[in-house]
Design a protein around this ligand. Structure first.
Ligand code: NZQ
Ligand code: ZN
Length: 382
């Protein structure tokens, strides 16, 4: 274990915290508020944010779509440059926050912002930004990552930069009251897989990271089991905080990471528009079955410590079955069915995109080759 850890995002957690932005944003800042398709207009969040910004100079950009595209976001980049914006306030879920990170970094670059995603441009500065989270799932509100789509070519790529880490994030669980059931379920599943990506690898000695990861998984399992009681302050607060902790850098410090499920899942979203969390539920059980030998010890540990399963020769397999049953209990499918009618062509398409994106050696050992990915897709696509 050797690592350097800081999470510099200040968290304002709890009911009524949106008003904290009045003093958290510098008084003389020229603010651009960025949001999505308009849910914040109908659930009252837009009004709360406008009230809190009453003494600031601000303007807005709306229409950031789920799985945000560079085509849409480039219009916001132009706005930031044209109006000399010096603070970005993202109000939304992972898509709006990720999109705002792209805008913040691209506004400090003269070329095409997509260069940031391809690696042709390294981010060295960005417009400061903050987030008001409306959908707990991605952890984007207090991490340095963003995932952006180029609609023209169906490419969905990620970038990481400390310069786009939000200065602060407001986590008011009341914003979840207007979330459709499907998005709440997506949040449980995405957070669950984030923990798995940093935990289901190989055995190491990091007791804090493993123990905390298991606590977060048990929380999510319990929140899923109590889904019928979701209209409840404690349920909402616990999901919001658990999803945040799942991807704020702490449990991933100094331990091996996987992320293969995410890389394959992103290709399903880019091709067929599958919701991010649902793409993960489709890939992960098949990937775990394919990788059972390399992950056996950690799967057994998860079986004992998260699912309370007894020791047995097939404990690893039983743990994968329990993960899949967890998704099914949430009515989240684990096979891709909406890809047209030619399974082979669908697999070939994903494989060629993985190759194009350099995703040819995935997983904690960089041992998930294109041949493995093909086998995984063959299992995951109905
Ligand atoms: O567009 P609006 O009106 O905001 O509606 C959204 C959208 O339709 C709606 N919604 C959000 N909050 C709501 C609400 N509806 C009613 N009430 C509310 N309070 O929910 C829909 C989905 O929103 P979206 O932001 O797309 O969902 P999510 O938070 O799951 O974000 C998914 C994106 O994040 C990326 C994914 O790839 C995907 O593009 N990820 C980002 C990560 C990161 N930055 O660390 C990690 C993740 O693994 C993930 O890849
Ligand atoms: Zn995710």
């Amino acid at each position: 274990m050797k690592f350097s850890y800081v999470n510099p995002t200040q968290i304002f957690f709890g009911q009524g915290q949106i008003q904290a932005i009045s003093s958290a944003i510098p008084a003389d800042a020229k603010v651009l508020m960025i949001y999505g398709g308009g849910s914040i207009k109908s659930n009252g969040i837009y009004q709360q944010v406008s009230d809190a910004l009453a003494s600031h100079e601000w303007m807005e950009f709306s229409g950031v779509e789920a799985n945000p595209t560079k085509e849409t976001l480039d219009k916001a980049v132009a706005l930031v440059k044209q109006h000399g914006i010096d603070f970005i306030l993202a109000v939304g879920g992972g898509s709006v926050i990720d999109g705002s990170k792209y805008v913040a970094a691209s506004a400090h670059y003269d070329g095409d912002g997509w260069d940031i995603l391809t690696g042709a441009h390294q981010v060295t500065s960005a417009t400061p930004l903050a987030a008001i989270l409306t959908l707990p799932a991605t952890g984007s509100e207090s991490n340095s990552g963003a995932v952006i789509t180029k609609a023209e070519t169906h490419d969905k790529l990620a970038f990481l930069s400390p310069f786009v880490q939000p200065k602060f994030a407001v986590l008011d669980p009341d914003v979840m009251k207007s979330l459709p059931e499907k998005q709440l379920l997506n949040g449980v599943v995405d957070a669950w897989v984030h923990v798995c990506e940093q935990y289901l690898t190989f055995v190491h000695d990091a007791m804090v990271q493993d123990g905390y990861a298991e606590a977060l998984l048990r929380n999510l399992k319990e929140l899923g089991a109590n889904f019928d009681n979701r209209d409840n302050d404690a349920w909402r607060a616990n999901l919001m905080w658990t999803a945040n902790q799942a991807l704020n850098g702490l449990i991933g410090s100094g331990v091996p990471h996987d992320w293969a499920t995410h890389m394959l899942g992103h290709e399903l979203t880019a091709q067929w528009g599958v919701d991010h969390a649902r793409s993960l539920a489709i890939i992960q059980p098949s990937l775990l079955r394919n990788q059972i030998e390399t992950k056996r010890a950690k799967l057994e540990q998860m079986g004992r410590n998260v699912f309370n399963l007894p020791q047995s020769d097939d404990l690893a397999l039983k743990t994968i079955d329990a993960i899949e049953a967890f998704y099914h209990s949430l009515h989240v499918p684990t096979k891709l069915t909406e890809y047209g009618d030619d399974k082979q062509a669908a697999i070939d398409k994903v494989i060629s995109q993985l190759e194009k994106h350099g995703m040819t050696n995935l997983g904690e050992h960089q041992a998930i080759s294109i041949a493995h990915s093909r086998d995984i897709l063959n299992l995951a696509i109905a």
